[in-house]
Design a protein. Structure first.
Length: 605
């Protein structure tokens, strides 16, 4: 009977059509390059999922955690204050960030391990490009996750094992991150995609390889000044595109390739990188009148300096998995504080032209303004000195940690055709552009909150050029960046390249991890990062219309940095769900046993 049954089942399999025609699953999908492109689109979409809550995004969180920004916002914006003070106000503060990180990893791995499920004969270049992009994205999500939390659950297979324990970031995760970026750089070719189409490129992989390598060597290996450090080669795990260990010289070679062959170049004028020079706003914004006179306008999304970015489109809504992630919500969060001064005067209309209303979070710390020479044109290109630059700026009745300095790179921008009396219809310049150039409706019904579509630039050529200088000690690339800003050439020194990175890249979310890698792991209260962060203590701020100074909510910035090394709290729900510290345990400096880690309300000054 057993033999007969076996024969019967085999016969059924042979003669009956058992393919599933109604559902995609691993047995029948992907079956073509088109299928993989759909999976790749879903992979890139995870970045928009991060953007659905900017206070859980890998671009806004480290920006607010840095010494150059305050949490700010209103007196009730507890999350922003908690992030800025390296504390937490609730267990779920970073639940979505954790979730999105591992969704991204899973989607990337699914593509990597399914890429050869069908025949690629005659399409080898397409195959390699798709695979290279998947490797790039997996490296990116692991980089973000490990910089957020350090030792995290990690795997390099088609699917996660159960259980999936934490891996040591220094010895296990970072070599895999570096390998993923090497694979991406080797598999992709320059010019394989159209610049600015949202896809990762060979140049982006080369730039991110350097970013990950420099953090690994600086933070974990405590290498100090990378240009002069004698760095051991990094042994990488075997995978497609990886041949041998990774040396500092190889990383430099990749950077040189990105600079010389990637097809990118510095935008002519620094101000043209930022959306306040757009075709509608530039007509009436006195600060950029010289650009208008020369018929020069914003370089735009996907410009020749952008190497990788988060892109947005007019599909944001208050519902759905991604919801408002299709809108640049960071722009809204960093807008001028939107309530009034108690006498009916609010920010964001003609009185603060061309900068619009928002939540007033992520304001620039006064120290950055004070430290930055007025002789550097990038200072006023980056920072809005609202009380002096605007016709009338008010400190509102609920403002907090607001010194009057705002990040012009990410702020919402208006134009003279803005509907000042109706912020729901056409409020930002993007709203004007949308109504004039497309048939698209305002899908979220609120232009003030939803018409924000400028890219978040995650990597641009100037950053790559400065990394090259930092690794080589050769000031050539740094001086090209300075020349674009109209600054005289200078010599290389570790302090000079640190200053150049701080000012060129101010407000772009890179400063915090730069400080960490310049300090080294376990740096304590005396390391560079801790001392830089502690300088926030005593910096001037306006709190509910009175001037005062910043003070830490629970102890000091230096102590909180020393306790945590800059890592975030792993979501306690994840710790509780696993219930086994051998698989997942909390980071040092967090939890109920660390009173300095928890704030119960907003800091009161």
């Amino acid at each position: 009977m057993a033999i007969a049954a076996a024969f019967a089942f085999t016969s059924c399999e042979d003669f009956l059509d058992s393919s599933n025609y109604t559902e995609a699953n691993t047995s029948n999908y992907p079956a073509s390059a088109a299928d993989l492109n759909k999976e790749l689109a879903a992979l890139y979409g995870v970045m928009n999922q991060f953007g659905n809550d900017p206070l859980q995004s890998p671009w806004l969180v480290p920006y607010i955690m840095s010494d150059d920004a305050n949490g700010a916002g209103g007196t009730g914006d507890v999350e922003a204050h908690a992030i800025g003070h390296l504390t937490t106000n609730k267990d779920g503060l970073f639940d979505a960030a954790w979730h999105n990180t591992f969704v991204g990893i899973a989607r990337a791995s699914a593509i990597i391990y399914a890429v050869d499920a069908f025949d690629w004969t005659g399409q080898e270049k397409t195959r390699n490009q798709l695979l290279g992009e998947a490797y790039f994205m997996r490296g990116l999500f692991y980089l973000w996750g490990s910089q957020f939390w350090g030792n995290i659950p990690a795997y390099w297979a088609a699917a996660a094992p159960d259980p999936c324990p934490q891996q040591d970031a220094e010895t296990v995760i970072y070599p895999h991150i570096l390998a993923d970026f090497v694979s991406a750089a080797e598999l992709m070719q320059h010019g394989a995609t159209t610049r600015g189409d949202g896809h990762a490129t060979k140049g982006a992989a080369e730039g991110y390889l350097a970013r990950a390598y420099m953090f690994y060597e600086g933070f974990y290996k405590k290498a100090g000044e990378l240009a002069t450090a004698n760095l051991a080669d990094v042994e990488l795990p075997a995978q497609e595109g990886v041949t041998g260990p990774l040396s500092k010289q190889k990383v430099i070679d990749y950077l040189n390739d990105a600079i010389n062959n990637g097809g990118y170049k510095l935008v002519e004028d620094y101000r043209l990188l930022w959306q306040y020079t757009n075709e509608y706003t530039i007509n009436d914004y006195a600060y950029v009148a010289d650009l208008k006179a020369a018929n020069k306008v914003w370089a735009g999304n996907g410009n020749e300096e952008e190497m990788f970015q988060v892109q947005f489109m007019n599909s944001g809504s208050w519902n759905g998995t991604i919801g408002m992630g299709f809108v640049n919500q960071a722009s809204l969060y960093l807008g001028l504080r939107c309530d009034d001064d108690g006498a009916g005067t609010a920010n964001g209309d003609l009185n603060t032209y061309p900068f619009g209303q928002g939540w007033g979070q992520g304001t620039i710390n006064a120290n950055l303004w004070d430290d930055w020479s007025d002789a550097d044109p990038r200072k006023k290109a980056t920072i809005l000195d609202a009380p002096n630059d605007c016709e009338k700026f008010v400190f509102t009745t609920s403002c907090s940690e607001d010194a009057g300095y705002y990040n012009k790179k990410w702020m919402p921008v208006t134009c003279s055709e803005t509907a000042w009396d109706d912020h729901s219809s056409v409020y930002t310049w993007w709203g004007v552009y949308r109504t004039k150039n497309t048939d698209d409706a305002n899908n979220n019904g609120n232009s003030f909150q939803g018409d924000h579509f400028a890219d978040i630039m995650l990597l641009r050529l100037a950053d790559v050029m400065l990394m090259q200088t930092e690794l080589t000690g050769d000031a050539t690339q740094m001086n090209k960046v300075r020349a674009r800003a109209g600054l005289a050439a200078t010599t290389y020194s570790w302090q000079n390249i640190k200053n150049e990175r701080r000012f060129e890249l101010a407000g772009e979310g890179l400063r915090f991890n730069d400080l960490r890698r310049w300090s080294g792991k376990d740096g304590g209260e005396g390391c560079e990062a801790a001392k830089a962060l502690e300088r926030q203590n005593g910096s001037r701020v306006n709190y509910t219309q009175r001037w005062t100074v910043m003070k830490h909510a629970t102890c000091s910035w230096a102590k909180r940095y020393a306790q945590t090394d800059g890592f975030l709290q792993i979501p306690p729900t994840q710790i509780n769900n696993v219930g086994d510290e051998n698989i997942l345990k909390q980071n040092p400096g967090w939890g109920s046993s660390v009173p300095e880690a928890n704030i119960t309300g907003t800091p009161v000054y």
